[in-house]
Design a protein around this ligand. Structure first.
Ligand SMILES: [Zn+2]
Length: 759
């Protein structure tokens, strides 16, 4: 979008007694006198440049910015400004906006007289005598407050408001802030108000939760729940009523105005640019104006605290009519995209969960594993809310204790939204824009809201976003973002180790992060992520094996520092990520000696088919069909499955050892048709003998293997009535228990189309 089109998007609203004007490109010269002349002509009031104070003058990348404020006797007039943007080279006007106060200008002489009569001067305004007399007034006001009458700090500003010279005093009390407005001309208190600090205090409750998860995904084995503490619950929360987002809930944000980079900057604000982040900030500001209420058993306690707030998905009320408690709107929101005149986003508030009326009632919330995962009975029981609150808080507590203490970034809650009823979202948990989201579940799969490692993986993405910044871009080799998945797994693993004190539990050995995959030996980011996560987990397990819990803390400290040092990196690669790990190791910290982990990091990388050397030749797994090589973007990849009604291919696989001798011979190639994630929809020819096993004797031994499918489906898993599935090609070294390289070859069969094309 260019600057001129942006200009067309601005419009201003005029309150009473105010003169407002916008002057666009080239209309006038960018001088205060010239602009005020226009204001004087149009308003009939004489505005003089000597009545204005210069507040800011600075060069921006694209313009020079100058700002003045209207004043009287050196005291600024509330709510006024003249802001000018001019061309850096030609000094031509780009934009000017004037917000002036007509009343105080009309009464200017009158005000000066009153000011003089009261024997004020800019020096007098700063005098001790005045300050003392004001302090006396302030003390009297604060002393009358029934719960917070102690003064811990005070600051003030003087300004003209509605023809009166006022001092705006802000007093910090023990539990909140007093705002006191005093007329200096009348020596009188005009207005007082008091606002309690939010989250100044919190409390804990006891509850039954799963320390790890309800069931092991691979085996279905059930684990026990335990009595734990729900910590950091807020004693006071904002009361949003029926329309908690106010006008922001009705605002449509247009896709054309979306800019992650500029939203929230002064320029972006000027031109109405927005991002998820800037909307979230605006809503948070709005919510802070709402009245507070106590979060206690009398009203029913909501799970809102320092690190987590629990909400039900916005569509829950419509989708599930048998909820047995009143479903009220929550002050927390999700951003929804809709197509109206174009693509627009709207902030939609979630719903409050089931409130807690007593400690006893909370203890009676015990998890029941419904055989069909019935959503309504889960919502009514209120257990999943408790589990998610616990899971999020546990992660934050672990990370904060190991060095995640960054101001603001480590202090804000994540907002959880439970039970997204969208059928296409089943069996899912995902992170987006400071929210962690849960769906509904098919009978045979685990309830992910009761699965802490899944919660911690999703929040791993969230911690990355906070520490590595929203402007971070990945450029892992092939551009398929394995680092993001690997890092999320690694953060989850750190928390698992911290929460369990390193003790094992059923299913731990099957975690994706425990693998032998090498770098550059996969063709999609889920699998490439295993190399990242696996390499970092190798480092961590070595550290823990000789340093125990202290090592866990130190290596977490190193990882968090590397995340900070890659903040907003424009194209982060595997190499640059690990370089930053080495650099933060070199820097050392209060818990790590400089260079302490250098060897360990380098050794772990070497054993994963990785090197920093430019001439390094990695081991390779090349898969070809016809003239096409299977990559993360070729035909036959996840995003571009083969769809013809032939469904018979001859794959050629070539393996090389590379400089690190990562693949050794004889190597085994297994073709897995059934046990991979989301496998099973296609009827593969020969799948009864799954997996099919082949041996490759040397680099020159090119393996030829057929991959064929019936033109019908075991089940339909695509909206167009077809089935999509993959053959999982996995390479093992002799004696290795897990694959060291793997690629996925995707087909999509549409039985209807294929049967008609045959006839
Ligand atoms: Zn993920």
């Amino acid at each position: 979008m260019n600057f001129i089109t942006l200009l067309g998007l601005i419009f201003l609203i005029s309150p009473a007694f105010a003169y407002e004007a916008r002057i666009t490109k080239g209309q006038l010269s960018p001088e205060l006198e010239v602009l005020l002349e226009k204001a004087s002509t149009e308003s009939g009031i004489d505005f003089k440049s000597s009545d204005f104070l210069l507040i800011e003058e600075r060069n921006l990348a694209t313009s020079k910015f100058t700002m003045f404020v209207q004043s009287n006797s050196m005291v600024p007039v509330n709510g006024t400004a003249v802001r000018i943007w001019s061309d850096l080279k030609t000094n031509e006007l780009i934009l000017a906006e004037m917000h002036l106060d007509e009343k105080s200008q009309v009464q200017k002489n009158h005000l000066i007289n009153r000011y003089m009569e009261a024997k004020f001067s800019s020096k007098a305004l700063k005098s001790k005598q005045l300050s003392d007399s004001i302090s006396d007034l302030v003390k009297k006001v604060v002393a009358r407050h029934d719960t917070d009458s102690k003064i811990l700090g005070m600051k003030f500003k003087d300004e003209w408001q509605k023809g009166d010279l006022v001092r705006v005093v802000e007093v910090r009390g023990r539990r909140g802030v007093h705002h006191i407005l005093i007329s200096l001309l009348k020596n009188k208190v005009l207005k007082t108000s008091y606002r309690e600090f939010l989250q100044s205090e919190n409390f804990s409750l006891k509850a039954n939760v799963f320390p790890i998860y309800e069931e092991v995904e691979s085996s279905g084995e059930r684990l026990n729940y335990e009595l734990k503490e729900l910590k950091y619950l807020d004693t006071h929360i904002y009361d949003g009523g029926e329309n908690p987002l106010g006008p922001l809930g009705n605002t449509e944000f247009q896709e054309t105005q979306y800019s992650v980079l500029l939203a929230g900057t002064p320029l972006g604000e000027e031109f109405g640019l927005w991002s998820e982040f800037s909307i979230r900030q605006k809503i948070e500001e709005y919510v802070k104006q709402l009245p507070l209420r106590t979060n206690a058993f009398e009203n029913g306690v909501l799970l809102q605290g320092k690190y987590a707030t629990i909400n039900l998905h916005p569509d829950v009320k419509e989708a599930f009519k048998e909820i047995d408690f009143e479903v009220k709107p929550s002050i927390h929101h999700l951003l929804k995209w809709e197509f109206t005149s174009g693509y627009n986003a709207k902030a939609v508030s979630g719903h409050q969960g089931r409130v807690i009326f007593s400690q006893e009632e909370l203890l009676n919330r015990v998890p029941f594993r419904h055989p069909e995962h019935d959503t309504v009975s889960y919502i009514n029981s209120g257990f999943d809310e408790v589990q998610v609150y616990y899971g999020v808080t546990a992660l934050m507590e672990s990370l904060v204790s190991m060095g995640f203490t960054d101001p603001e970034l480590s202090e804000k809650p994540f907002h959880a939204f439970l039970f997204d009823p969208d059928i296409s979202m089943k069996d899912n948990a995902y992170y987006f824009d400071n929210t962690i989201n849960f769906t509904t579940y098919n009978p045979g799969t685990p309830n992910l809201a009761r699965d802490n490692p899944t919660i911690w993986h999703e929040l791993g993405h969230a911690i990355m976003e906070r520490l590595m910044g929203v402007h971070l871009n990945f450029d892992s080799q092939g551009g398929y973002g394995g680092l993001s998945e690997g890092m999320a797994d690694f953060i989850a693993q750190i928390v698992v180790e911290h929460q369990t004190g390193g003790k094992s539990f059923p299913g731990k050995a099957n975690f994706r992060i425990i693998n032998d995959i090498g770098f550059d030996l996969t063709n999609e980011f889920h699998d490439e992520g295993e190399a990242y996560g696996g390499a970092m987990n190798d480092m961590l397990s070595t550290v823990i094996s000789y340093q125990g819990e202290e090592g866990l803390s130190a290596f977490t400290d190193l990882t968090l520092e590397a995340m900070r040092l890659t903040r907003n990196h424009p194209r982060l690669t595997a190499a640059s990520w690990f370089e930053h790990m080495l650099y933060s190791d070199e820097l050392g910290s209060s818990v790590r000696a400089p260079g302490q982990y250098k060897d360990l990091i380098e050794t772990a990388l070497k054993s994963r088919n990785f090197s920093f050397a430019k001439d390094f030749r990695p081991a390779q797994m090349q898969v070809k069909f016809g003239e096409t090589e299977l990559t993360n973007q070729s035909k036959g990849s996840r995003g571009d499955p083969l769809t013809d009604c032939h469904a018979s291919y001859e794959l050629k696989i070539l393996l090389t050892s590379g400089d690190a001798h990562f693949i050794t011979f004889p190597a085994t190639v297994k073709v897995e048709y059934q046990k991979g994630a989301l496998q099973g929809a296609i009827k593969w020819i020969g799948e009864e003998t799954n997996p099919q096993i082949y041996t490759v004797k040397s680099e020159s031994d090119i393996l030829t293997l057929p991959v064929q499918a019936e033109l019908e489906c075991d089940f339909i898993n695509q909206p167009d009535g077809s089935c999509s599935d993959y053959a999982y090609l996995q390479v093992y070294n002799e004696g290795s228990r897990k694959p060291i390289a793997k690629k996925r070859f995707y087909l999509k069969i549409n039985p209807k189309l294929c049967s008609t094309s045959k006839k």
